[in-house]
Design a protein around this ligand. Structure first.
Ligand code: NCD
Length: 306
């Protein structure tokens, strides 16, 4: 059974196909409005979410399908001690496809091994978030028209930011990519991502604490929130939470065609005044996420028939 646990589960050409489907959905939404008639998506969210869960739900409704699920772990049998594996087997009896978010790294992988229907990783702890990456890739495609020859700055919590890990993996397959890692020392990109992804693919990268210094070279600036829920103590969070605040002043040194991205939710790291700058793309990412999730649901349900 084909699932999506890691963005690298999709080949470069499959990502191109998903983007082509998403673009067709944008042009001809009515063509897709009954494609999932009679099908059910189960959203199993063991962690908070606004965009990911609701965009999966909106995606399934726009495909003519239905949605079941829960959005709080304590309202499911997990609170009684049920294993992820048993939950996945159970939901396989009710639904056709699962989107799962879980605080434990690897939980959607465990679910996929027990489920008899496709499982989509909707975020697992500080590890991966492949469908946010699909949203990011459609955004880069629509804004930049290419995936190669780009200098991408990742700024903020690069240690716990799962969206950063997945997007770096996705971009590692294109040529001419330069990565600039902007973070406080305590929130640097994990060594395993540097070694297994950047070094392995010969992607040049630099690490800096200064957003100002990095700004002029960037084609894309990917801002992230400091991931409070993954900290061991509140003091460290309070000390680091406002490490970077992107404002209109800092953008003065940026390229005129910079794309400012952010997976959202934003806390303080982008001032609201930046929203009016034509370079701000983060609300476009939200919309693109729904189209890519529609394309992904279609693909996985199609493959499940085989
Ligand atoms: C991200 C996540 O859940 O990792 N949010 C999202 O799905 N768009 C980013 C975050 O929570 O900071």
């Amino acid at each position: 059974m084909r699932s999506l646990i890691d963005i690298l589960d999709l080949s470069v050409s499959e990502i191109e196909e998903l983007i082509a489907t998403a673009c067709d959905i944008i042009e001809n939404p009515q063509k897709y409005s009954e494609k999932c008639k009679g099908k059910k998506l189960a959203t199993l969210f063991f962690e908070p979410s606004t965009r990911t869960r609701l965009s999966f739900e909106a995606a399934m409704y726009e495909l003519g399908g239905n949605v079941i699920g829960f959005s709080e772990s304590n309202s499911s049998s997990a609170a009684k001690g049920e294993s992820v594996s048993d939950t996945a087997k159970t939901i396989s009896c009710y639904a056709d496809i699962i989107a799962m978010r879980h605080p434990k790294e690897g939980a959607p992988f465990v679910a996929a091994n027990s489920a008899t229907i496709p499982v989509i990783n909707a975020g697992d702890g500080g590890h991966n978030h492949p469908t946010q990456t699909l949203a990011d890739l459609l955004t880069i495609h629509r804004e930049k028209g290419r995936f190669d020859n780009l200098t991408i700055g990742f700024c903020g919590d690069l240690k716990f930011g799962r969206t950063v890990h997945s997007l770096i993996n996705a971009m590692s397959r294109y040529s001419g990519i330069n990565v600039v890692l902007i973070s406080p020392d305590e929130l640097k990109l994990p060594g395993y991502v540097k070694k297994d992804v950047l070094d392995k693919n010969n992607i040049p990268y630099t690490e800096t604490r200064s957003l100002e210094e990095a700004m002029p070279s960037l084609d894309i600036l990917y801002m992230t929130r400091v991931q409070r829920e993954r900290f061991f103590n509140e003091e460290d969070y309070l000390r680091l939470k406002d490490s970077y605040i992107l404002d209109t002043e800092k953008l003065k040194n940026a390229k005129s065609d910079l794309s400012v991205m952010h997976p959202l939710p934003r806390v303080n790291e982008i001032s609201v005044a930046v929203d009016n700058d034509p370079r701000a793309c983060y609300f476009k990412q939200v919309l693109n996420g729904k189209y890519m999730r529609m394309a992904l649901i279609l693909k996985l349900l199609e493959e499940a028939k085989k």
